[in-house]
Design a binder for this molecule. Structure first.
Ligand SMILES: Cc1ncc(COP(=O)(O)O)c(C=O)c1O
Length: 392
Protein backbone atom coordinates (compact mmCIF):
# COMPACT_ATOMS: atom_id res chain seq x y z
CA UNK A 1 0.00 0.00 0.00
CA UNK A 2 1.54 3.33 -1.01
CA UNK A 3 1.12 6.24 1.34
CA UNK A 4 -0.11 9.78 0.74
CA UNK A 5 1.98 12.92 0.27
CA UNK A 6 1.34 13.92 3.86
CA UNK A 7 2.02 10.57 5.58
CA UNK A 8 5.00 10.63 7.92
CA UNK A 9 7.15 7.53 8.46
CA UNK A 10 7.06 5.81 11.82
CA UNK A 11 10.65 6.75 12.66
CA UNK A 12 9.91 10.45 12.05
CA UNK A 13 6.82 10.27 14.24
CA UNK A 14 8.69 8.45 17.02
CA UNK A 15 11.46 11.07 16.97
CA UNK A 16 8.95 13.91 17.48
CA UNK A 17 8.82 15.65 20.84
CA UNK A 18 5.06 15.71 21.16
CA UNK A 19 2.70 14.29 23.71
CA UNK A 20 1.04 11.89 21.28
CA UNK A 21 4.26 10.05 20.52
CA UNK A 22 6.07 10.53 23.83
CA UNK A 23 3.54 9.82 26.56
CA UNK A 24 3.69 6.03 26.31
CA UNK A 25 6.57 3.54 26.00
CA UNK A 26 8.32 3.38 22.61
CA UNK A 27 6.74 0.05 21.66
CA UNK A 28 3.22 1.44 22.12
CA UNK A 29 1.33 2.74 19.06
CA UNK A 30 -0.49 5.94 20.04
CA UNK A 31 -4.08 6.31 18.84
CA UNK A 32 -5.29 8.66 21.52
CA UNK A 33 -4.97 12.48 21.63
CA UNK A 34 -6.62 14.27 18.69
CA UNK A 35 -3.62 15.01 16.49
CA UNK A 36 -2.93 13.68 13.02
CA UNK A 37 0.19 11.80 11.93
CA UNK A 38 0.44 14.00 8.83
CA UNK A 39 2.71 16.81 7.69
CA UNK A 40 1.01 20.20 7.62
CA UNK A 41 -0.17 22.26 4.65
CA UNK A 42 2.43 24.21 2.71
CA UNK A 43 0.87 27.68 3.34
CA UNK A 44 1.18 27.05 7.09
CA UNK A 45 4.83 26.03 6.77
CA UNK A 46 5.56 29.06 4.61
CA UNK A 47 3.93 31.44 7.10
CA UNK A 48 5.92 30.04 10.02
CA UNK A 49 9.19 29.95 8.06
CA UNK A 50 8.87 33.60 7.09
CA UNK A 51 8.75 34.73 10.70
CA UNK A 52 11.63 32.44 11.67
CA UNK A 53 13.77 33.48 8.69
CA UNK A 54 13.28 37.18 9.37
CA UNK A 55 13.47 36.76 13.14
CA UNK A 56 10.39 38.95 13.27
CA UNK A 57 9.58 38.32 16.91
CA UNK A 58 8.44 41.79 18.00
CA UNK A 59 4.93 42.67 19.13
CA UNK A 60 3.12 41.86 15.93
CA UNK A 61 1.22 43.92 13.41
CA UNK A 62 -0.40 42.63 10.27
CA UNK A 63 -1.74 44.94 7.54
CA UNK A 64 -0.90 47.94 9.71
CA UNK A 65 -3.13 46.74 12.55
CA UNK A 66 -2.94 44.57 15.64
CA UNK A 67 -2.45 40.99 14.37
CA UNK A 68 -5.44 39.81 16.43
CA UNK A 69 -7.73 41.78 14.11
CA UNK A 70 -6.44 39.75 11.17
CA UNK A 71 -7.18 36.58 13.15
CA UNK A 72 -10.74 37.75 13.89
CA UNK A 73 -11.32 38.63 10.23
CA UNK A 74 -9.92 35.27 9.05
CA UNK A 75 -12.35 33.54 11.41
CA UNK A 76 -15.32 35.55 10.12
CA UNK A 77 -14.31 34.95 6.48
CA UNK A 78 -13.96 31.23 7.10
CA UNK A 79 -17.38 30.97 8.76
CA UNK A 80 -18.95 32.81 5.84
CA UNK A 81 -17.19 30.74 3.18
CA UNK A 82 -17.66 27.31 4.70
CA UNK A 83 -20.91 27.56 6.60
CA UNK A 84 -22.69 30.65 5.25
CA UNK A 85 -22.63 32.17 8.73
CA UNK A 86 -21.99 35.88 9.18
CA UNK A 87 -19.94 36.22 12.35
CA UNK A 88 -18.85 39.64 13.58
CA UNK A 89 -15.05 40.02 13.89
CA UNK A 90 -15.62 42.75 16.50
CA UNK A 91 -17.17 40.14 18.81
CA UNK A 92 -14.16 37.81 18.73
CA UNK A 93 -11.95 37.10 21.73
CA UNK A 94 -8.63 35.54 20.60
CA UNK A 95 -7.52 32.54 22.66
CA UNK A 96 -4.35 30.56 23.09
CA UNK A 97 -6.29 27.65 24.55
CA UNK A 98 -9.85 26.66 23.69
CA UNK A 99 -10.33 24.81 26.95
CA UNK A 100 -9.49 28.03 28.77
CA UNK A 101 -12.27 29.66 26.76
CA UNK A 102 -14.73 27.04 28.03
CA UNK A 103 -13.57 27.51 31.63
CA UNK A 104 -13.93 31.28 31.25
CA UNK A 105 -17.42 31.01 29.76
CA UNK A 106 -18.63 28.81 32.63
CA UNK A 107 -17.06 31.25 35.07
CA UNK A 108 -18.79 34.18 33.42
CA UNK A 109 -22.25 32.76 32.77
CA UNK A 110 -22.81 30.58 35.86
CA UNK A 111 -22.17 30.78 39.60
CA UNK A 112 -21.02 28.12 42.05
CA UNK A 113 -23.29 25.04 41.97
CA UNK A 114 -25.25 26.30 38.98
CA UNK A 115 -26.14 23.56 36.53
CA UNK A 116 -24.28 23.00 33.27
CA UNK A 117 -25.91 20.59 30.83
CA UNK A 118 -23.38 18.45 29.01
CA UNK A 119 -23.97 15.63 26.54
CA UNK A 120 -22.08 12.60 27.73
CA UNK A 121 -19.85 10.82 26.97
CA UNK A 122 -17.85 14.04 26.73
CA UNK A 123 -14.34 15.29 25.97
CA UNK A 124 -12.61 15.04 29.40
CA UNK A 125 -11.70 18.76 29.78
CA UNK A 126 -15.43 19.58 29.64
CA UNK A 127 -15.86 17.52 32.80
CA UNK A 128 -12.93 19.38 34.40
CA UNK A 129 -14.26 22.76 33.28
CA UNK A 130 -17.44 22.10 35.26
CA UNK A 131 -15.80 20.44 38.28
CA UNK A 132 -12.89 22.88 38.64
CA UNK A 133 -15.03 26.01 38.39
CA UNK A 134 -17.35 24.59 41.07
CA UNK A 135 -20.31 24.36 38.69
CA UNK A 136 -22.67 21.35 38.72
CA UNK A 137 -22.70 18.74 35.98
CA UNK A 138 -26.16 18.00 34.63
CA UNK A 139 -25.49 14.93 32.50
CA UNK A 140 -27.47 14.55 29.30
CA UNK A 141 -26.68 11.03 28.20
CA UNK A 142 -26.53 10.10 24.53
CA UNK A 143 -27.65 6.59 23.60
CA UNK A 144 -27.02 4.35 20.64
CA UNK A 145 -30.16 3.58 18.65
CA UNK A 146 -28.29 0.84 16.77
CA UNK A 147 -27.08 3.10 14.00
CA UNK A 148 -25.92 6.25 15.77
CA UNK A 149 -25.86 8.10 19.06
CA UNK A 150 -29.02 10.06 19.56
CA UNK A 151 -29.59 13.33 21.28
CA UNK A 152 -32.84 13.19 23.23
CA UNK A 153 -34.07 16.77 23.12
CA UNK A 154 -37.24 15.90 25.08
CA UNK A 155 -35.08 14.64 27.95
CA UNK A 156 -32.93 17.77 27.63
CA UNK A 157 -35.79 20.10 28.48
CA UNK A 158 -36.64 17.98 31.53
CA UNK A 159 -33.10 18.48 32.87
CA UNK A 160 -33.41 22.25 33.15
CA UNK A 161 -34.11 23.55 36.63
CA UNK A 162 -34.07 27.00 38.22
CA UNK A 163 -30.29 26.83 38.70
CA UNK A 164 -29.38 25.66 35.19
CA UNK A 165 -27.41 28.30 33.32
CA UNK A 166 -25.47 26.80 30.41
CA UNK A 167 -25.72 24.12 27.75
CA UNK A 168 -22.15 23.11 27.00
CA UNK A 169 -22.42 21.77 23.48
CA UNK A 170 -19.76 20.03 21.46
CA UNK A 171 -20.72 19.91 17.80
CA UNK A 172 -19.51 17.82 16.05
CA UNK A 173 -19.49 15.76 19.21
CA UNK A 174 -16.32 14.29 20.69
CA UNK A 175 -16.17 11.27 21.17
CA UNK A 176 -19.29 9.97 19.34
CA UNK A 177 -18.62 11.85 16.09
CA UNK A 178 -22.27 12.94 15.84
CA UNK A 179 -23.05 16.07 13.83
CA UNK A 180 -26.21 17.53 15.20
CA UNK A 181 -28.95 18.17 12.67
CA UNK A 182 -30.67 21.49 12.05
CA UNK A 183 -33.78 20.17 13.84
CA UNK A 184 -31.76 19.08 16.90
CA UNK A 185 -29.91 22.40 17.03
CA UNK A 186 -33.12 24.39 16.63
CA UNK A 187 -34.63 22.47 19.52
CA UNK A 188 -31.57 23.16 21.69
CA UNK A 189 -31.88 26.82 20.72
CA UNK A 190 -35.59 26.88 21.52
CA UNK A 191 -34.97 25.41 24.99
CA UNK A 192 -32.11 27.85 25.63
CA UNK A 193 -34.37 30.80 24.77
CA UNK A 194 -37.37 29.46 26.72
CA UNK A 195 -35.28 28.74 29.85
CA UNK A 196 -32.82 31.63 29.53
CA UNK A 197 -29.68 29.53 29.10
CA UNK A 198 -26.37 30.42 27.48
CA UNK A 199 -25.10 28.00 24.84
CA UNK A 200 -21.34 27.44 24.84
CA UNK A 201 -20.70 25.63 21.58
CA UNK A 202 -17.29 24.07 20.91
CA UNK A 203 -17.15 23.58 17.14
CA UNK A 204 -13.47 22.71 16.77
CA UNK A 205 -14.23 19.56 14.72
CA UNK A 206 -16.51 21.37 12.23
CA UNK A 207 -14.21 20.94 9.23
CA UNK A 208 -13.75 17.20 9.66
CA UNK A 209 -17.01 16.00 8.16
CA UNK A 210 -17.87 13.12 5.84
CA UNK A 211 -20.33 12.09 3.16
CA UNK A 212 -21.05 15.56 1.82
CA UNK A 213 -22.41 16.82 5.14
CA UNK A 214 -22.12 20.48 6.10
CA UNK A 215 -21.61 21.68 9.63
CA UNK A 216 -24.23 24.05 11.03
CA UNK A 217 -22.92 26.60 13.57
CA UNK A 218 -25.70 26.86 16.14
CA UNK A 219 -25.24 30.64 16.26
CA UNK A 220 -26.13 30.79 12.55
CA UNK A 221 -29.69 29.59 13.14
CA UNK A 222 -31.28 32.86 14.28
CA UNK A 223 -30.32 36.19 15.87
CA UNK A 224 -32.16 35.10 19.05
CA UNK A 225 -30.05 31.94 19.34
CA UNK A 226 -26.87 33.84 18.42
CA UNK A 227 -27.56 36.38 21.17
CA UNK A 228 -27.05 33.63 23.77
CA UNK A 229 -24.33 31.62 22.03
CA UNK A 230 -20.59 31.60 22.53
CA UNK A 231 -18.86 29.74 19.70
CA UNK A 232 -15.38 28.37 20.36
CA UNK A 233 -13.18 27.12 17.53
CA UNK A 234 -9.75 26.90 15.97
CA UNK A 235 -8.05 25.10 13.07
CA UNK A 236 -5.86 23.09 15.44
CA UNK A 237 -7.65 19.75 14.90
CA UNK A 238 -8.43 20.02 11.19
CA UNK A 239 -5.08 21.51 10.16
CA UNK A 240 -3.03 19.64 12.74
CA UNK A 241 -1.37 22.54 14.58
CA UNK A 242 -2.46 22.14 18.23
CA UNK A 243 0.98 23.03 19.59
CA UNK A 244 0.77 26.50 18.03
CA UNK A 245 -1.92 27.51 20.53
CA UNK A 246 -4.33 29.80 18.76
CA UNK A 247 -8.11 29.91 18.49
CA UNK A 248 -11.11 32.16 18.98
CA UNK A 249 -14.21 32.61 21.03
CA UNK A 250 -17.08 34.46 19.35
CA UNK A 251 -20.01 36.11 21.13
CA UNK A 252 -23.30 36.17 19.25
CA UNK A 253 -24.04 39.74 20.31
CA UNK A 254 -22.44 42.73 22.00
CA UNK A 255 -24.53 42.37 25.17
CA UNK A 256 -23.34 38.79 25.63
CA UNK A 257 -19.73 39.92 25.20
CA UNK A 258 -20.30 42.72 27.72
CA UNK A 259 -21.71 40.21 30.24
CA UNK A 260 -18.63 38.07 29.72
CA UNK A 261 -16.20 40.99 30.07
CA UNK A 262 -17.84 42.04 33.35
CA UNK A 263 -16.66 38.75 34.84
CA UNK A 264 -13.56 38.00 32.74
CA UNK A 265 -11.53 41.02 31.60
CA UNK A 266 -9.78 40.35 28.28
CA UNK A 267 -6.28 40.22 29.72
CA UNK A 268 -7.20 37.36 32.03
CA UNK A 269 -7.22 35.08 29.00
CA UNK A 270 -3.68 35.54 27.71
CA UNK A 271 -3.16 35.81 23.97
CA UNK A 272 -1.96 33.69 21.07
CA UNK A 273 1.58 34.24 19.78
CA UNK A 274 2.29 35.50 16.29
CA UNK A 275 3.35 32.11 14.90
CA UNK A 276 0.01 30.69 16.02
CA UNK A 277 -1.89 33.62 14.48
CA UNK A 278 -0.05 33.41 11.15
CA UNK A 279 -0.51 29.64 11.02
CA UNK A 280 -4.21 29.95 11.83
CA UNK A 281 -4.78 32.57 9.14
CA UNK A 282 -2.80 30.48 6.61
CA UNK A 283 -4.84 27.41 7.56
CA UNK A 284 -8.24 29.05 7.26
CA UNK A 285 -7.51 31.26 4.27
CA UNK A 286 -5.20 29.12 2.13
CA UNK A 287 -5.06 25.49 3.18
CA UNK A 288 -8.44 24.01 2.25
CA UNK A 289 -7.00 22.07 -0.76
CA UNK A 290 -4.71 20.24 1.68
CA UNK A 291 -7.64 19.49 4.00
CA UNK A 292 -9.71 18.19 1.09
CA UNK A 293 -6.98 15.63 0.37
CA UNK A 294 -6.63 14.73 4.04
CA UNK A 295 -10.39 14.16 4.25
CA UNK A 296 -10.14 11.61 1.43
CA UNK A 297 -7.57 9.70 3.49
CA UNK A 298 -9.62 10.01 6.70
CA UNK A 299 -12.70 8.79 4.87
CA UNK A 300 -10.76 5.78 3.57
CA UNK A 301 -9.44 5.05 7.06
CA UNK A 302 -12.93 5.21 8.50
CA UNK A 303 -14.10 2.67 5.91
CA UNK A 304 -11.05 0.46 6.55
CA UNK A 305 -11.68 0.47 10.27
CA UNK A 306 -15.37 -0.25 9.75
CA UNK A 307 -14.69 -3.21 7.46
CA UNK A 308 -12.00 -4.59 9.77
CA UNK A 309 -14.21 -4.44 12.84
CA UNK A 310 -17.12 -6.06 11.00
CA UNK A 311 -15.05 -8.96 9.74
CA UNK A 312 -12.25 -9.48 12.28
CA UNK A 313 -13.60 -8.03 15.51
CA UNK A 314 -17.41 -8.19 15.41
CA UNK A 315 -17.49 -8.06 19.21
CA UNK A 316 -16.23 -4.47 19.05
CA UNK A 317 -19.14 -2.21 18.10
CA UNK A 318 -19.04 1.31 16.73
CA UNK A 319 -20.96 3.68 14.55
CA UNK A 320 -18.95 5.32 11.81
CA UNK A 321 -18.53 8.93 12.95
CA UNK A 322 -20.36 11.54 10.86
CA UNK A 323 -17.47 13.89 11.65
CA UNK A 324 -14.05 13.82 13.39
CA UNK A 325 -11.25 11.29 13.00
CA UNK A 326 -12.24 9.74 16.31
CA UNK A 327 -14.15 6.51 16.83
CA UNK A 328 -16.02 5.48 19.97
CA UNK A 329 -15.48 1.75 20.33
CA UNK A 330 -17.80 -0.28 22.54
CA UNK A 331 -15.84 -3.29 23.76
CA UNK A 332 -18.36 -4.50 26.34
CA UNK A 333 -19.05 -7.75 24.43
CA UNK A 334 -15.41 -8.75 25.04
CA UNK A 335 -16.28 -9.04 28.76
CA UNK A 336 -12.87 -7.77 29.79
CA UNK A 337 -11.97 -8.06 33.47
CA UNK A 338 -10.59 -4.49 33.72
CA UNK A 339 -10.86 -1.44 31.53
CA UNK A 340 -10.75 -1.68 27.75
CA UNK A 341 -7.96 0.89 27.77
CA UNK A 342 -5.79 -1.28 30.05
CA UNK A 343 -6.48 -4.38 28.00
CA UNK A 344 -5.33 -2.84 24.73
CA UNK A 345 -2.47 -1.03 26.38
CA UNK A 346 -1.12 -4.07 28.17
CA UNK A 347 -1.93 -6.81 25.65
CA UNK A 348 -1.79 -5.01 22.30
CA UNK A 349 0.61 -2.16 23.08
CA UNK A 350 -1.83 0.42 21.75
CA UNK A 351 -2.72 3.63 23.60
CA UNK A 352 -6.33 4.58 22.97
CA UNK A 353 -8.14 7.23 25.01
CA UNK A 354 -9.80 5.55 28.02
CA UNK A 355 -13.59 5.50 27.83
CA UNK A 356 -13.97 6.23 31.54
CA UNK A 357 -12.35 9.66 31.03
CA UNK A 358 -15.38 10.59 28.88
CA UNK A 359 -17.96 9.02 31.16
CA UNK A 360 -17.23 7.08 34.38
CA UNK A 361 -19.77 4.45 33.19
CA UNK A 362 -17.77 3.77 30.00
CA UNK A 363 -14.78 1.71 31.16
CA UNK A 364 -15.61 -0.82 28.41
CA UNK A 365 -15.14 1.84 25.74
CA UNK A 366 -12.07 3.33 24.15
CA UNK A 367 -11.76 6.23 21.73
CA UNK A 368 -9.58 5.52 18.70
CA UNK A 369 -7.86 8.24 16.66
CA UNK A 370 -7.63 6.97 13.08
CA UNK A 371 -5.83 10.01 11.58
CA UNK A 372 -2.73 8.14 10.56
CA UNK A 373 -1.22 6.38 7.58
CA UNK A 374 -2.79 3.20 6.26
CA UNK A 375 0.35 1.34 7.32
CA UNK A 376 0.10 2.45 10.95
CA UNK A 377 -3.66 1.96 11.05
CA UNK A 378 -3.18 -1.61 9.81
CA UNK A 379 -0.64 -2.27 12.55
CA UNK A 380 -3.08 -0.96 15.15
CA UNK A 381 -5.86 -3.17 13.80
CA UNK A 382 -3.65 -6.26 13.62
CA UNK A 383 -2.51 -5.73 17.18
CA UNK A 384 -6.10 -5.35 18.35
CA UNK A 385 -7.22 -8.53 16.63
CA UNK A 386 -4.26 -10.53 17.91
CA UNK A 387 -4.89 -9.45 21.49
CA UNK A 388 -8.61 -10.24 21.26
CA UNK A 389 -7.98 -13.67 19.73
CA UNK A 390 -5.63 -14.48 22.61
CA UNK A 391 -8.55 -13.98 25.00
CA UNK A 392 -9.78 -17.36 23.77
C1 LIG B 1 -13.89 19.31 21.56
C2 LIG B 1 -12.50 19.82 21.77
N1 LIG B 1 -12.30 21.06 22.25
C3 LIG B 1 -11.08 21.55 22.45
C4 LIG B 1 -9.95 20.80 22.17
C5 LIG B 1 -8.57 21.32 22.44
O1 LIG B 1 -8.44 22.67 22.38
P1 LIG B 1 -7.10 23.37 22.92
O2 LIG B 1 -5.95 22.49 22.57
O3 LIG B 1 -7.05 24.66 22.24
O4 LIG B 1 -7.25 23.51 24.37
C6 LIG B 1 -10.10 19.50 21.67
C7 LIG B 1 -8.93 18.67 21.42
O5 LIG B 1 -8.99 17.50 21.17
C8 LIG B 1 -11.40 19.01 21.46
O6 LIG B 1 -11.62 17.77 20.97
Amino acid sequence: MTGTAFDLPLEVLRARQNVKWRKYAPDVLPAWVAEMDFSVAYPIRRAIERTVREQDYGYPQRNGQNAELLLAQAFADRMQDRFGWTADPALVQPLADLVQGTFAALWAFADANDGIILQIPAYPPFHSSIAETGRRLVPHRMHSDGSRHTLDTAALEGLVDARTRVILLCNPQNPTGRMFSRAELLEIGRIAIARDLVIVSDEIHADLVYDGRRHIPIASLSPEIAARTVTITSPTKSFNIPGLRCGVMHFGDAALLARFRARVPGHMLGAPGIIGIDATVAAWAESQPWLDRVLVQLHANRARLDAFLAIELPQVKWHQPEATYLGWLDCSALRLPGTAFDFFHNKARIAFSPGEAFDPACKDFVRINFATSTAILDQILDRMATAVRALG
